[in-house]
Design a protein around this ligand. Structure first.
Ligand code: NAI
Length: 266
C-alpha cells in the first residue's frame, strides 16, 4: 500500500463506481480527501465510510465538473479549509451508448463537456492549489482517468472514445508544459479496461437492449474476447495504481499512461 500521509487529495466522481473504490483506498493510505460529485447522498454515505476507515473526515463538495462557476467555488472552499492540494484525480465521467447514426450533437457535446471540459476545468482551477501543495510537500500529482477506449475502438460510444483520446493528449501536454514553467506538478493518465461496475455495465445493458447481443452471457463472451484474464476488472483493482501515481514513489513518472485491463489491449 502506498504511503499517502500528509497528502491532500481531491477526487471527482467519488460517489459511485471506480471513484468510490479509489476514495476508500486513498483514505486507507492516510490521505486527507476532498470528495466531489453531483450525487450528494452518495457523498454523504462515502463520507461516513471514510470516517470509519481512517478516523478522518473528508471535505465533501457537491460539484458538477462541467461547471466553471462550481469549480471556482470548490477551489475557494478547498483553499479556505485545507490551504492546498498535493493531488487531483479527475475521475468523473459519463458514457452515452448511442450508435453513431443516432447520436445528436447535444449528446456529443454533453460527453465532451463532462469528460474533457471537466478535466480542463479541474486542472486549471486546482493549479494554484497544486502549486502551493508542491511548495509545501515537494511535488503535486494530477491523475486523469482515461480508458482503453481512448486507444482502441468500441461499439456505440464514439463520443466517449473521442473524449478519452482528448484526455490522453491534454494530459501529455500538461506533463510537458507545467514542469518547463517551473511547476513541480506531474500529470499522468490511467486507462481501465472493461470493468464489472460503472459505465461498462450500463454499456453492456444498452447493447443487449438494442439487440447487439442476445444475452448477458453472449455480451460477456464477446467483450472478454482477446482478454487473457477472461474476466472484467473489479473496482478494487484500480486504486493501487492511482495511489502509486499520487505518492512520492512515482516522482519520475510524468506523461505516462498506466493501462489496467488484464492485457486486453496488449
Ligand atoms: P459511474 O457512473 O459508476 O460513476 C461516475 C461518478 O461520476 C458518479 O458518482 C456520478 O454521479 C459522477 N458524475 C457524473 N457526472 C458528473 C459531473 N458532471 N460532475 C461530477 N460528478 C459526476 O462511472 P465509473 O464507471 O465509475 O467511471 C469513472 C471513470 O472511470 C470515468 O471517467 C470512466 O470513463 C472511467 N472508466 C470506467 C470504466 C468502467 O468500465 N467502469 C472503464 C474505463 C474507464
Amino acid at each position: 500500500m502506498s504511503d499517502l500521509s500528509g497528502k491532500n487529495l481531491l477526487i471527482t466522481g467519488a460517489g459511485n463506481g471506480l471513484g468510490h473504490a479509489m476514495a476508500l483506498h486513498l483514505a486507507g493510505c492516510g490521505a486527507q480527501l476532498v470528495i466531489a460529485d453531483i450525487d450528494e447522498p452518495a457523498l454523504a454515505a462515502l463520507s461516513e465510510k471514510i470516517q470509519a476507515i481512517s478516523g478522518n473526515t473528508p471535505l465533501s463538495v457537491v460539484l458538477d465538473v462541467s461547471s466553471e462557476e462550481q469549480w471556482q467555488a470548490a477551489a475557494s472552499t478547498i483553499a479556505q479549509q485545507l490551504g492546498y492540494l498535493t493531488g487531483l484525480v479527475n475521475n468523473a465521467g459519463i458514457m452515452l451508448h448511442v450508435p453513431f447514426q443516432e447520436m445528436t450533437l447535444e449528446q456529443f457535446r454533453q460527453t465532451l463537456q463532462v469528460n474533457v471540459e471537466g478535466v480542463f476545468l479541474g486542472c486549471q482551477n486546482c493549479l494554484p492549489l497544486l502549486e502551493l501543495g508542491a511548495k509545501e510537500a515537494g511535488s503535486s500529482s494530477i491523475v486523469n482517468i482515461s480508458s482503453i477506449f481512448g486507444h482502441v475502438a468500441g461499439l456505440m460510444h464514439s463520443a466517449y472514445a473521442a473524449s478519452k483520446g482528448a484526455v490522453n493528449m491534454f494530459s501529455k501536454s500538461l506533463a510537458n508544459e507545467l514542469p518547463r514553467q517551473g511547476l513541480n506538478i506531474r500529470t499522468n493518465t490511467v486507462h481501465p479496461g472493461v470493468m464489472s461496475a460503472g459505465v461498462s455495465i450500463a454499456g453492456t445493458q444498452a447493447a443487449i437492449d438494442r439487440g447487439v447481443f442476445s444475452s448477458a452471457e453472449e455480451a460477456g463472451q464477446v467483450l472478454m474476447m482477446g482478454n487473457p484474464y477472461g474476466r472484467p476488472g473489479q473496482p478494487e483493482e484500480i486504486p493501487g495504481a492511482i495511489a502509486f501515481l499520487l505518492s512520492d514513489a512515482s516522482l519520475l513518472m510524468n506523461g505516462a499512461e498506466i493501462t489496467l485491463d488484464g492485457g486486453h489491449t496488449a
